[in-house]
Design a protein around this ligand. Structure first.
Ligand code: BGC
Length: 737
């Protein structure tokens, strides 16, 4: 009690750095936040207010020193805490204490289908952010996977709104437990990098509400995200960062968002719209707030002098300003001014373990004919590892998510370490892809220069592979431009650098071939039938090599499933066949509507290469028949489905049981089925567990764009239980009254 009183006294009556006395309810953290916010506002001048709604450096905004209100520090996000950059430049500042744990990319997190791991991810990255004294983490990203060419898909959580919504919430909670805000990005419709600052997205309301918005809504309403980042693209011919419909009508009015809207860096293009349309905090890529040129000062930002001028001249009032200030102060009280937040930690063994666990659970075993995997290291004498991605560091590059990792274990090193002296591990590069290795002054330190010709490299690889007991090819994409990287999209779905040819040759000389595809996107696999085992390896961060090795040798039993479909070819994807990608003359049309990913494949009967939700295990599971606790669902009731799942193999393993809903008759076009539930269950050999799913009519609803309401039409439905969207185990019919 005494301590509380003392703290109260100190907080109600304190001195700012300049010795000025600070007084007020806003300092009293026993008082409700709204009361404190209003009190702080009442003490602020116009200049104070204008100052806190725009950047003062690349990643910070000022506080109100006179009132003892601290600065706000932002950081990328979303896979680790970005290196410190110079005040005005993207170049790294050269600190020696800003190296971090690189966590797996969000595609990998989504592939775990494990909410506990999403929480662990958020808590761990939040602790690193705290330790680095950051207030706002720029992430997670939940833009829907519309095309396999989007250069930033690796930063997002896949093609399904239910999966992304479910997985984003615990991440946010975990981050915010640390007194660090999650800034969910990029709101909204940022589904490509081509023309990202100008492209105008034309999408119908049904697709907007059913596909592109749910993960943001969940982030706001269930995750209680304290911040959200506007997107670069335009929608209804207005920039995402000052978009009336998205930010005012939907985010604030429909969803009741009480956090702060932060612009994407340089995403603000119009002062009046920025004032009127719900933006709170402007950040920029160059010091004039725009994307090019570095000459002006932060005072030229739209929400700086231009705004002040309009207020002074009486052209706009101060109502919007106070609202922005309120939102920014609330963010500040929740983060920078929160005195009860933990200290955080950086590069801890716990964070390494978290990164490894997430990586192991997110790796997806796509194919495993003849049980080639796991590698039997007791029997193997020689393991050939081929491919540039077996040695290439991937935490550096790719745009704003680039990191300075404390360490990054390569696939080759991870495997060598695990195999030890039990077998010889021989390496050949096989091809040259991207030999560079730096981003904003952060260098990998790897020298990947290669003087030999492509033929020589291929020859060496084939020689090494010929008499090996196993050939592990580690290839895929990387973080260079036109691969998995910000600012540009991929140019095709094919593997680059002639890898297809090499893979085919390897398959021709050794039947124990495993292809590990490192990417954040689907790639074409014209050799799929020639290769017995395929592993989707994502970008796994610091623990890449250890996680991959444990899956390859079987210490960890793979349990990840795909968060997006792998089409056979680009034209099998709806954005490319009927929609438009990346659009023309500044316009992109999402003509495919709600039929994104598996929703399209199923409607059109196009078999994917690997379906949404697909992933194998080293054990086998047998599903029972799904049952329901009733046959009829009342409009305000609930219905529960149960299904038994048995581990019929010889080792422990986890299965992700998926519930899809099929609307048997509807007044509008509906997908064949949609994901509405999933559970990951761990089973010992021989063990059976009953998995249950309880849903209500929201799981049956579609968005009626005309009436602007969610509608569940009475009639018949099916609950479909699958091991993937394509692997249906059983169904049960029920009806909605
Ligand atoms: C990216 C954001 C990022 C910001 C700050 C922008 O270019 O689109 O995702 O958070 O830069 O680095």
């Amino acid at each position: 009690m005494k301590t509380i009183k003392l703290v109260l006294l100190l907080t109600l009556f304190a001195f700012a750095a300049n010795g000025q006395e600070m007084k007020g309810v806003y300092l009293d953290d026993t008082k409700p936040v709204e009361e404190r916010v209003e009190d702080a506002i009442s003490q602020m001048t116009l200049d104070d207010k204008i100052a806190i709604i725009h950047a003062q450096s690349k990643f910070s905004s000022p506080g109100v020193p006179r009132l003892g209100i601290p600065e706000l520090w932002m950081t990328d996000g979303p896979h680790g805490i970005r290196t410190e950059v110079l005040w005005d430049e993207w170049e790294q500042a050269g600190w020696t204490n800003d190296s971090v744990i690189a966590f797996p990319a969000l595609t990998c997190l989504a592939s775990t289908w494990n909410e506990d791991l999403s929480l662990l991810y958020g808590q761990s990255i939040g602790e690193e952010a705290r330790f680095r004294e950051k207030d706002v983490l720029l992430g997670p990203g939940v833009n829907i996977y519309r095309s396999p060419l989007n250069g930033r898909n690796f930063e997002y959580m896949g093609e399904d709104p239910y999966l992304a919504s479910t997985m984003v919430v615990p991440y946010i909670k975990g981050v915010q437990e640390n007194g660090v805000a999650a800034c969910v990005k990029h709101y909204a419709l940022n589904n490509q990098e081509t023309d990202r600052h100008t492209i105008n997205v034309n999408v119908d309301d049904r697709a907007l509400y059913e596909i592109y918005l749910p993960a943001f809504k969940a982030a706001v309403q269930e995750g209680n995200a304290w911040a959200i980042m506007g997107s670069y693209n335009r929608y209804q011919n207005q920039q995402g960062c000052h978009n009336e419909r998205l930010l005012v009508e939907i985010l604030r009015n429909e969803w009741g968002f009480d956090g702060a809207v932060v612009s994407d860096w340089g995403g603000v293009h119009n002062t009046m719209e920025a004032i009127k349309n719900g933006l709170d905090l402007e950040f920029g890529t160059w010091t004039d707030g725009l994307t090019m040129g570095a000459t002006n000062t932060y005072d030229s930002y739209h929400l700086a002098n231009p705004y002040r001028k309009l207020i002074k001249s009486g052209e706009v009032g101060t109502e919007e300003l106070d609202q922005k200030v309120r939102n920014v102060l609330r963010l500040n009280f929740r983060t920078a001014m929160n005195r009860n937040k933990p200290w955080g930690s950086l590069g801890s063994p716990e964070h390494s373990r978290a990164a490894r666990k997430i990586a192991e659970e997110g790796i997806v075993l796509l194919k495993n004919e003849n049980d080639v995997l796991p590698i039997d290291i007791d029997k193997a004498e020689k393991i050939a590892v081929i491919g540039e991605n077996a040695i290439k560091m991937m935490t550096v590059g790719g745009g704003s998510s680039s990191l300075k990792a404390l360490y990054e274990i390569s696939p080759l090193d991870g495997l060598r370490e695990r195999v030890g002296t039990q077998a010889e591990v021989v390496y050949a590069r096989g091809y040259v892809g991207d030999a560079t290795g730096s981003y904003n002054g952060v260098v990998t330190g790897q020298d990947l220069t290669e003087v030999r010709s492509a033929d020589e490299l291929m020859k060496e690889a084939l020689e090494v592979a010929e008499d090996a007991d196993y050939v592990i090819f580690v290839g895929g994409l990387n973080k260079s431009q036109h691969q998995d990287s910000e600012g540009a999209d991929r140019l095709s779905m094919d593997l680059p650098y002639n890898q297809d040819k090499l893979i085919r040759k390897l398959a021709g000389i050794n039947t124990n071939l495993v292809v590990v595809n490192i990417s954040g996107n689907a790639v074409a696999m014209p050799w799929v039938d020639e290769v017995p085992a395929i592993v989707q390896g994502w970008y796994l961060g610091s623990e890449t090599g250890t996680a991959l090795a444990s899956v390859l040798v079987g210490d960890a039993n793979p349990s990840g499933k795909l968060p997006f479909s792998f089409p056979v070819k680009l034209n099998d994807n709806s954005a490319h066949s009927v929609g438009g990608f990346p659009g023309e003359d500044g316009q992109v049309h999402y003509t495919e509507g709600i039929f994104v990913g598996y929703r399209w494949h199923e409607r059109e009967n196009i078999e994917p290469l690997f379906s949404f939700g697909h992933g194998l295990s080293y054990t086998t599971f047998k599903y029972g028949k799904v049952t329901a606790n009733k046959t009829e669902l009342n409009p305000d009731g609930k219905i529960t489905f149960s299904v038994e799942v048995k581990n019929t193999g010889k080792r422990e393993g986890s299965e992700i049981v998926q519930l899809y809903i099929h609307d048997m008759q509807a007044s509008v076009a509906r997908p064949v089925k949609e994901l509405k539930g999933f559970k990951k269950v761990s089973l010992q050999p021989g063990e059976t567990k009953t998995v249950t799913f309880t849903i209500d009519k929201t799981a049956l609803s579609f968005f009626d764009a005309e009436k602007h309401v969610w509608v569940a039409e009475p009639g018949d439905f099916e609950a479909v239980i699958g091991a993937s969207s394509a692997d249906v185990k059983s169904k049960i019919r029920f009806s909605l009254k």
